[in-house]
Design a protein. Sequence first.
Length: 147
Amino acid sequence: MPRYEYKVVPAPAKGLKAKGIRSPVARFAHALASAMNELGAEGWSYLRTDTLPAEERAGLTRTKTTYHNMLVFRRELQEDVQLQEVAQSSPPPPTALELAFQAPQPVPRIAYEDAPEDAEDGPSASILTILQARRAETEDVNEIAAE
């Protein structure tokens, strides 16, 4: 489900002059269209207009309620768009149930002939050296597979 970010801007209070536009209503419509096209070029889509009350100071001690027309725009979050593209391009990770029923990996057998000849501490030291070398090879293969 996509997530959105919202932008609320005040509606224009008066019209913009332009060539060929003479009436106040047409000037106001031109100002409104200009504001909407500006935000549309930035990727915002118009959602709705709301008239909202706001308390403002009137003199030293009084307040009065005024109403403001606000334009509400929204656009899809960029992180969500990128995450959706990645999710669609890569296969889903295996579930816990699939991992539980995977066939066990065979344990590699180590032949004593593979032992290095320069082992000074006897057969146990050479087997340890072989195990460390095999572990390093396995880690390298796993890193390449993870990429």
